[in-house]
Ligand binder design. Structure first.
Ligand SMILES: O=P(O)(O)OC[C@H]1O[C@@H](O)[C@H](O)[C@@H](O)[C@@H]1O
Length: 264
């Protein structure tokens, strides 16, 4: 592991024995880049993304908690992507390397913490494995009353030709081809396959209840100031999610796992 930066933000770089790398900004515990051992970048990052902590990062893997999008009365997509997390643990083995980040209500900017006043502890562990990246998200209720939460790992995949990209494995659905704007919620399955000219990835999850598939299309993308005009054709978002806020009892915890595996 080495200390690095993402724009003006402190970041951590982990490198696996096979040469795969991940760059994680402490702001949001935000995975900004994942390159596999072949040197290929697998995630999209907007050239116009904020990189100074003034607003959420556009690309990589924003962490959504405790609200998904506008499905609630609180902060859009929650507070986790707008807070500075702490590096809590890191290490490596003969074949893996990992870093774990932590966030509690004490780390959250005061205005956001006041708007969602519940004691919690989040951890997110990124583990590089041969040809794979695992993200383990853990949410604990450290207070003495239940709270409701939603969450998602809002993954932006880099694709070369948007119109020749497909997603298969959605429950009771034919393979999905990209082109028109998309903002769909599907019941989760154990794994999906994303195939593009940029390679094939298997996207596995445990614990999440939905997969959200999003691409804004040209018109909505033009309204996003943190996205260059042509960039919408360079990514698809496929997000393991718990889209509705569900209760978590006092003292209880919840874990969601997302594993991306590169297939040759
Ligand atoms: O612009 P934001 O807040 O990062 O949200 C991006 C998109 O995130 C997706 O997860 C939602 O389904 C979309 O509705 C939303 O537009």
């Amino acid at each position: 592991m080495s200390n690095d930066t993402f724009g003006q933000l402190p970041a951590v770089r982990i490198t696996a024995p096979d040469g795969a790398q991940a760059l994680i900004a402490l702001y949001g515990a935000h995975l900004a880049s994942w390159t596999t051992a072949d040197g290929r970048e697998r995630l999209f990052m907007s050239a116009a993304s904020p990189r100074d902590g003034s607003a959420a990062i556009r690309g990589g893997v924003p962490v959504i908690f405790p609200q998904f999008s506008t499905r609630g009365t609180g902060q859009r997509h929650g507070l986790a992507r707008l807070s500075h997390w702490r590096l809590a643990d890191q290490g490596s083995t003969d074949t893996t390397a990992w870093a774990e980040f932590a966030l509690t209500q004490d780390d959250v900017p005061p205005a956001l913490a006041a708007a969602w006043p519940h004691p919690f502890a989040l951890t997110l562990r990124f583990t590089l494995k041969p040809d794979a990246l695992e993200m383990r998200f853990h949410a604990a209720n450290t207070g003495d009353a239940p709270f409701d939460f939603a969450c998602a790992l809002h993954t932006y995949y880099l694709v070369d030709d948007f119109t020749r990209t497909s997603l298969s494995g959605l429950r009771d659905e034919p393979p999905l081809h990209f082109g028109p704007p998309l903002d769909n919620i599907y019941p989760s399955t154990a794994s999906l396959t994303l195939a593009s000219g940029h390679g094939t990835l298997e996207l596995a999850q445990e614990g999440f209840t939905e997969f959200v598939v999003w691409n804004p299309g040209a018109e909505a993308a033009a309204r996003l100031t943190d996205l260059r005009d042509d960039e919408w054709q360079r990514f698809v978002c496929i997000e393991p999610a718990r889209v509705d806020q569900q209760p978590l009892a006092a003292g209880a915890s919840w874990t969601g796992l997302h594993t991306l595996t590169a297939r040759s």
